[in-house]
Structures are given as structure tokens and as C-alpha cells.
Design a protein around this ligand. Structure first.
Ligand code: Q46
Ligand code: ZN
Length: 313
């Protein structure tokens, strides 16, 4: 197999593009895809400060790596979810990455902001862990960005993540979620920042290859709560389809974005208010984050979370 660009021996084959690349040309291909995503969806301008949400995993650190090399003004944001050793290790990976590249990193701790870490929130709410976790992550990303004056937050969602989310939304015909599925969500209120996903054109396998070739030290283990999540089942189904028909995931996601998404965009805009407690954007009176914090305070009162996420006696 030869590299499509230089004709030398290829080290990675991309079946969905019907192409193969040597290592340097693959890195070049990867960065071009990120540039194309940013340009096509006008994610941010060259002089804008970008807050990059990093989890310590390969995708978000690969994204940060590309943006630093592209000369973007980036700051990392690590959200400490308090999920046992997973959080301790992933935080250390982000801190080491930031120190090695000489870039700033902001750390925000869910246990301090909500009143308990994710494992305790799960018990108090009796809901799947990803529910309180996802809500807290979205809220804190936006609030931290606003507090520090960032107009945009970039996340490391890749093609596989986006295709799996779309698959889940379609399976349940979540017509509210479909218009929000986009590589770039505009700020529709002065207290909402833009949210962008510059890796949406790249598959999980491609981000793994990029992280490996760039020698990025990332956390390989998944969050312990990821097991059994429906998104994993959806990814497996899509992987089987991809195996049988290379490009299936790409066609599914890109076909939706190009042809179907506009049909789901709501004619009438939702009314956005500011939360009576924290001032962040909500469709009701009190935002979901403040309600969650109240619930944790009420039902989890007396539970003092320790720094590793376990309950202290
Ligand atoms: S939502 Fe769920 Fe993730 Fe939070 S609890 Fe873990 S798996 S970290 S992407
Ligand atoms: Zn609120």
C-alpha cells in the first residue's frame, strides 16, 4: 500500500476515503480536516480565544494539540467529575499536557459546584450517572467560558460520537435533539457561548492514530460509568455497518447535516430566560443545574464527598 500523497509506504489505510497515507501525510490530512471543519462552519476566527474542553482522553487532547499547532489562542478546561481513580488520572494527564505545551488550564470541580461528585449525584437522583454528569458538564462549560470571557467552547466529539448520538436521537425520534445536532451551535442568547466540534469529520480510529503518532499521553481507560451506556451499543452497531460498508457512518452523519437537519429546525424559537438563582440561560424559571444542586443538598445533605469521589462517612 502506498501513500496517496507521496507514494512512499503507507502506514494507515482509510477505507472510507479509499486512501492510505504515510505518517507525516496522515498528520497533514488530519490537520486539514480540522481546518476545513473550522472554516466551513465558521467555528471561530484566528484571533478569537478558544476554551478547549479536555477530558484527558485521546480526542480532546488531539484537538488541543492541533489547535495549539495552528496558532489558535487556546485555554484548556478540565471538569473534575470526581469519578474515582478515573478522574484523578485523567486530570493528571491534562495537567501534564498543559505544562509540557506551556498553555493555560482551568480546572472546575463538580463536587464544589453542585455539592457532590458524579457518583453521589447518581445515588441522590437515582438516575443514570451520565444524566447528572452530562447536565453538569454542559452547564459548567458555558458558565466558565462566560466568566473568563471566552466566546466559544470547543469539544473533542468525533465522527463516531456524532453518528452515535444521531443514531440514538433517530431511534427515539427525539425531534427536539435533532436540530441541536450540529458541528457548530451559535450563541442564541448573550449568556450562551458558541459550541463547536472541530473533530466531527474525523473518526475515532483516526484520532487514535493521530494521538499515537503525536505521542500524546492520554488516558486509555474509559469512564467506569461508560460501560452499558446506550451510546456504546449504538457505536457497536455503527461499527458493524462501517465494516460491511466503509463510509456508512460518514454518509449517515453528513447526509443528515446536509439534507435532513434543516427540516427539523423549529419554526418558532423557544423563549430563553435567565435562571432566577444563577442567571444562566433556561427555558423555565430555575435552571436544571440549580434544581440538581437543590436536590443534592436536600437528599444528599451530610454526605461530604472526598476528593476522589467516594463518600466520606
Ligand atoms: S457522561 Fe457518563 Fe461520560 Fe460522565 S458519567 Fe462517565 S460516561 S464521563 S462521556
Ligand atoms: Zn441556575
Amino acid at each position: 500500500m502506498k501513500c496517496r500523497k507521496c507514494g512512499e509506504r503507507a502506514s494507515i489505510e482509510l477505507r472510507r476515503h479509499n486512501a492510505a497515507f504515510c505518517a507525516p501525510d496522515f498528520l497533514d490530512f488530519f490537520r486539514r480536516q480540522v481546518r476545513e471543519a473550522i472554516r466551513k462552519h465558521r467555528m471561530f476566527e484566528a484571533d478569537e480565544a478558544v476554551l478547549v474542553a479536555v477530558s484527558g482522553g485521546k480526542d480532546s487532547l488531539a484537538l488541543w494539540d492541533v489547535l495549539i499547532d495552528e496558532g489558535s489562542r487556546t485555554t484548556g478546561l478540565y471538569l473534575d467529575l470526581g469519578i474515582f481513580d478515573y478522574s484523578v488520572e485523567s486530570k493528571a494527564k491534562c495537567e501534564r499536557f498543559a505544562a509540557a505545551r506551556g498553555v493555560p488550564l482551568i480546572v472546575s470541580t463538580v463536587a464544589e459546584e453542585v455539592g457532590a461528585p458524579v457518583p453521589v449525584i447518581k445515588e441522590v437522583t437515582r438516575r443514570p450517572p451520565c444524566s447528572g454528569c452530562g447536565l453538569s458538564k454542559r452547564y459548567l462549560m458555558n458558565r466558565v467560558a462566560l466568566e473568563h470571557g471566552f466566546p466559544v467552547v470547543a469539544t473533542g466529539h468525533n465522527l463516531d460520537d456524532e453518528a452515535a448520538t444521531l443514531f440514538g436521537s433517530v431511534m427515539h425520534w427525539q425531534t427536539d435533539a435533532l436540530p441541536r445536532q450540529s458541528p457548530a451551535l451559535a450563541a442564541t442568547h448573550p449568556k450562551l457561548v458558541r459550541r463547536v466540534k472541530p473533530l466531527y469529520r474525523l473518526s475515532e480510529r483516526e484520532t487514535a492514530a493521530f494521538a499515537f503518532l503525536r505521542k500524546i499521553d492520554y488516558i486509555v481507560e474509559e469512564c467506569p460509568f461508560a460501560k452499558g451506556a446506550t451510546s456504546i451499543a449504538h457505536k457497536e452497531i455503527l461499527n458493524r455497518m462501517e465494516e460491511a460498508s466503509p463510509g456508512a457512518k460518514h454518509n449517515f452523519l453528513f447526509g443528515f447535516l446536509d439534507k435532513a437537519r434543516p427540516a427539523f429546525e423549529r419554526a418558532e424559537a423557544v423563549t430563553l430566560n435567565e435562571c432566577a438563582r444563577c442567571g444562566q440561560v433556561t427555558t423555565g424559571t430555575l435552571c436544571a443545574f440549580c434544581k440538581l444542586a437543590d436536590q443534592v443538598k436536600r437528599l444528599g445533605g451530610g454526605l461530604r464527598p472526598s476528593s476522589d469521589g467516594r463518600r466520606a462517612p
